[in-house]
Design a binder for this molecule. Structure first.
Ligand code: C2E
Ligand code: CA
Ligand code: CA
Ligand code: CA
Length: 279
């Protein structure tokens, strides 16, 4: 018994060691990733099901590391946040998204609004609004072509500073969405202090919506509250027709998920649009 315990301890510590080393390597590589042009944007349509229109597309970051390994943001965004690299990376994402809009326009493709994820560190920088305006000027894209996604926990943090910035951004013409709604500290009371256009219901509630009464009740309540506050609702992670039917019966406004489209690179997304779906 003692022997086994010792082995499992050794296994555990060498596994931890491996993870620490890997995390460190990734951090070093992440530092170089911007210079090496290793980031790419993927795009995932958000649907208005009743009209079959694509109302917007979420911009999702990918990291193509040397050797062609595609790293998902769940792995590297936390490291980028921890090291502060999320600030230049986030600025790169917004600029690249605006450049993509302009590039599609030059090809005669009128794309819908793009929706871009923000992290707390980014929004927390003093010059955030100024930096965003600079990117719009540089690229010639109007603010009303972009939705900015903040998470629920960002609203609960330093509220006056965040509120002030979001009001500035909203009056510039940006739409504001609250991402992963329902998973953070609940800040229902705070919602009314912010200029919010959209709530995005987290996929953890959508997953079992047809089977789990509690998830269903939460989603129904979120939709009612959002509509009462003049906001619209996006359901994330919609994978089955049953989930779609359920949500649409409850008057959810928009849908995002593999049932419609997976996230894809810019070069693929326009070609892969289903015939009946239009921007
Ligand atoms: P998120 O903002 O909640 O984005 C939605 C995630 O759900 C994406 O994962 C998307 O690929 C995935 N997804 C979409 N439809 C479905 C579906 O039907 N089923 C399932 N199971 N998943 C679906 P992804 O692309 O791996 O991104 C993960 C997270 O990384 C994002 O979650 C977001 O928090 C963060 N992220 C991505 N890009 C950026 C970025 O440019 N900046 C920042 N700060 N965060 C980003
Ligand atoms: Ca998001
Ligand atoms: Ca989300
Ligand atoms: Ca999420």
């Amino acid at each position: 018994v003692k022997q086994a315990g010792r082995n499992s301890y050794q296994f555990f510590s060498s596994e931890m060691n491996r993870l620490v080393v890997e995390g460190h390597r990734m951090k070093v590589a992440l530092h170089e990733a911007l210079n090496r042009h290793e980031f790419e944007l993927y795009f995932q349509p958000i649907m208005d099901h009743s009209s079959q229109r694509i109302v917007s597309m979420e911009v999702l970051l990918r990291w193509r590391r040397a050797g062609n390994e595609l790293v998902s943001p769940g792995k590297f965004i936390p490291l980028a946040e921890e090291s502060g690299l999320i600030i230049p990376i986030g600025a790169w994402v917004l600029r690249a998204a605006c450049q993509q809009i302009e590039s599609w326009r030059r090809q005669g493709i009128e794309v819908p609004r793009l929706t871009v994820n923000l992290s707390m560190k980014q929004l927390g920088t003093k010059q955030f609004v100024h930096d965003v305006i600079t990117i719009l000027r540089e690229t010639g894209v109007r603010a009303d072509c972009i939705t900015l996604e903040v998470t629920e926990s960002m609203l609960a943090e330093n509220t006056t500073d965040v509120a002030q910035k979001l009001h500035q951004l909203s009056s510039l013409g940006f739409h504001i969405a609250v991402d992963d709604f329902g998973t953070g500290y609940s800040c229902m009371a705070l919602l009314k202090n912010y200029p919010i256009d959209l709530l995005k219901i987290d996929q953890t509630f959508v997953r079992n919506i047809c089977a789990d009464k509690n998830d269903a009740a939460i989603v129904i309540a979120i939709i009612a509250m959002a509509h009462g506050l003049g906001m619209r609702v996006v359901a994330e992670g919609v994978e089955t027709p049953e989930q779609l039917d359920f949500l649409s019966e409850k008057n959810c406004d928009f849908y995002q998920g593999y049932l419609f489209y997976k996230p894809q690179p810019a070069s693929d997304i326009v070609n892969s649009l289903r015939r009946s779906d239009v921007f």
